[in-house]
Design a protein around this ligand. Structure first.
Ligand code: BDR
Ligand code: CA
Length: 319
């Protein structure tokens, strides 16, 4: 695929997943983006399913050239965390084990995702943005094994957390809740440029059934698949009654949209930490919005998003 002169290279860390799949298609098809590879991790589904779904989605849009590296199958620091059952009971129904596109005939890459991240950033001569839209297990392992990595990653964009909203508990968002210790390692690592896209922003960029009809009407593989994936999320949200009926957020794709159109989100600089112990609050992102003293702002946190521009970007790219 011919790329325009100025492209943004990125690696996507995913737990594919319906909204991950839309993010992957946006990253793989937008002419200003160069998707170097996908890495997968345990999250929405056990990691082998996430890997298979990632391969499937890339093949569906003709991007068999993009390799998929499989990563962690368990949380960073705990064996006892009930991720698998939560995934089965809740997110499993949201995402479905197998995304509804034809199975891929190719295999995942031989190398492990954590090795791939470490080696790619050691060898990189261009800037490669890391976009993490899943539990942060792979990134935490990579940072722990290679402490120099944090300085080699020029920018990291994370979908996760929530200030006013939770979606797996009243306090916590799914990606951070799945592996709070990993998230803590990542937020404490000292990244030069870290953007957090929490639920507060993604819930402002919901896609409706009517918008899915527009995506489907594009008559392209990406438009048809996006419509199918998002309609499933809408049905799930309607069942839960957590969103305006007939709409759903497409969390992960908003992070990719931000790379192309940074002003699609509005951010505030704040210190971010993660609760790893609280009985009711485990996995909560603790965001110092009031700028209480002693906590240096270290993160651009998105509290707003432009849903109309987000939809137009999806429509343009998937056409
Ligand atoms: C996040 O959790 C997952 O279910 C989605 O793929 C997204 O990354 C939203 O809370
Ligand atoms: Ca995800």
């Amino acid at each position: 695929m011919a790329l325009p002169a100025m492209t943004c290279k990125l690696i996507l860390d995913v737990d594919t997943g319906a909204d991950d799949a839309v993010a992957i298609m946006l990253a793989a098809l937008h002419p200003a983006l160069d998707l170097v590879a996908c890495t997968t991790v345990n999250g929405n589904l056990p990691v082998p399913y996430c890997t298979a779904n990632t391969l499937r989605v890339l093949d569906h849009i003709g991007r068999q050239d993009i390799e998929v590296y499989e990563g962690a199958s368990h949380p960073f620091a705990r064996d006892d965390f009930p991720v698998a059952s939560a995934v089965r009971d809740s997110a499993g129904k949201l995402h479905g084990e197998v995304l509804p596109v034809t199975d891929s005939k190719r295999a995942k890459a031989d190398m492990d995702a954590v090795d791939f991240l470490i080696e790619t950033y050691r060898a990189a001569t261009d800037e490669v943005t890391l976009v993490a839209v899943a539990p942060l297990t792979n990134i935490a392992h990579a940072l722990t094994r290679d402490p120099g990595l944090v300085k080699r990653i020029p920018e990291i964009v994370i979908m996760g957390g929530g200030h006013a909203i939770g979606n797996i508990t009243p306090s916590a968002e799914f990606n951070i809740w799945c592996d709070p210790e990993a998230a803590r390692v990542v937020f404490h690592a000292g990244f030069e440029k870290l953007t957090l896209v929490p639920l507060d922003a993604t819930h402002q960029a919901v896609v409706s059934n009517a918008s899915c009809a527009r995506l489907e009407a594009l008559g392209t593989p990406a438009g048809a698949a996006a419509s199918r994936f998002i309609r499933r999320c809408i049905a799930f949200c309607d069942q839960l009654g957590t969103m305006q009926p007939g709409t759903a957020p497409v969390h992960d794709a908003l992070c990719v949209a931000f790379l192309v159109e940074p002003s699609i989100i509005t951010t505030t600089r704040a210190h971010v930490d993660v609760e790893t112990k609280g009985e009711l609050t485990i996995g909560r992102t603790v965001i110092n919005c009031d700028r209480r003293p002693g906590l240096l702002p270290d993160c651009d946190v998105a509290f707003g998003a432009d849903g109309d521009r987000f939809l137009e970007l999806l429509l343009r790219t998937f056409a």
